[in-house]
Design a protein. Sequence first.
Length: 273
Amino acid sequence: MSLAFDPHHRPLLGALADAMRLAKHKIEDMTFQTRVETHVFAGRPLHVTIADRTAAEWYGVDCPRLRDFDLLAGRGLNAGGLVFDIGAHQGVVAMMLAGEVGPTGRVIAIEATERNAEIARRNAALNGVANVEISHAAIARVDGPVLFSQKRNGSVALASGAGVKSVEGISIDTLSARHGFPALVYLDVEGYEFEALKGAQQTLGSRASWFIETHGDGELGKFGACNADVVSAFDASFDLYWSPDNATTDFAPMSRDMALPTDRFFLVAIKKS
């Protein structure tokens, strides 16, 4: 029987596809002409390392001030504030956040793909951004080793395989114990959102506001959760807002009884005064 038609072989086919995709990306990255470009991000010129096709697509163009920055201004994104940027990729958003909090503020950036963390440090150095601290680690429900796919835009892995490495795992509450409670948590962890929130019970009870890229029931379902679970983590002490993925409209208030989208959307939870 052909593997393609045997459901018992689907995990094997998925692993094979991941290995082929990783090999393709490695070849592309080896031949990619790394360069430094200067673009305007949220009104500030930044030098960015364009080291792969993903960086070229995401950071090779100017970027306006993010709509969530406008919503969070003074309500978590404050001058002199502490921000956790979790899932920081190559550090560009971390530098944008650093510009918002100013030289007296701090951004603690967490990135689990080693190569991306290295490029993030390079980008911060290129721009003389001294108020961003970049750590190669994975956010986790509890502290301890985490399997993580070292793709260009990696994610927590359910099992070992091609390109999967064990990475130091740290909970959001442990970050708060080390650095103090943040004014804002900026969370983009590719479907691991609810697990990350399970490790943030003390931080959820603090004065922190949150921005979460909620990746949809399909991605969250890999870890036994869904979009509704993420929203349910925020009690009545938060005002909730949402925006569809890639929307050009402003964030809208989210009622507790609204029908939630099942695909990816952006969630902002602002602690009430």
